[in-house]
Ligand binder design. Structure first.
Ligand code: 5GP
Ligand code: ZN
Length: 111
């Protein structure tokens, strides 16, 4: 599949990975809009939030927020902004669902 995030999942292209488990991957955004900008994705290729019509896919996407919570704790951030673009008309450029986690907190030691 010609999907840049699937290629990151499959380690075909490099990324600065900050979290990984069986179902999820989180890595630094290549073009950060804040001092800390992480993308959290399900390893499964799911295109867009607004197109989800499968309960299992919905569960996977719901759990992205828990991965975000773990990263916030791990990096000891004092807060964050979470957002998800869904659909080309709504600023989604990479058509593999992803949750943006941004923080303007002073760069933590672990970063
Ligand atoms: P979107 O606009 O789809 O919500 O966000 C896509 C994000 O993916 C952008 O912030 C962009 O900088 C990031 N991005 C695009 N290609 C790559 C890549 O190859 N590696 C990484 N780490 N981030 C990418
Ligand atoms: Zn993909």
């Amino acid at each position: 599949m010609n999907c840049v995030f699937c290629k990151i999942v499959n380690k075909e292209i490099p990324a600065d990975i900050v979290y990984e488990d069986d179902n999820y991957l989180a890595f630094k955004d290549i073009n950060p809009k804040a001092p800390i900008h992480i993308l959290i994705i399900p390893k499964k290729h799911i295109e867009s939030f607004h197109l989800i019509d499968d309960k299992e896919d919905l569960r996977l996407v719901e759990w992205l927020i828990n991965v975000a919570r773990r990263i916030v704790k791990e990096l000891d951030l004092n807060g964050c902004q979470l957002h998800m673009n869904s659909g080309k008309d709504h600023w989604q450029e990479v058509m593999h669902i992803h949750l943006h986690l941004l923080s303007w907190w002073a760069t933590p030691v672990k970063w």
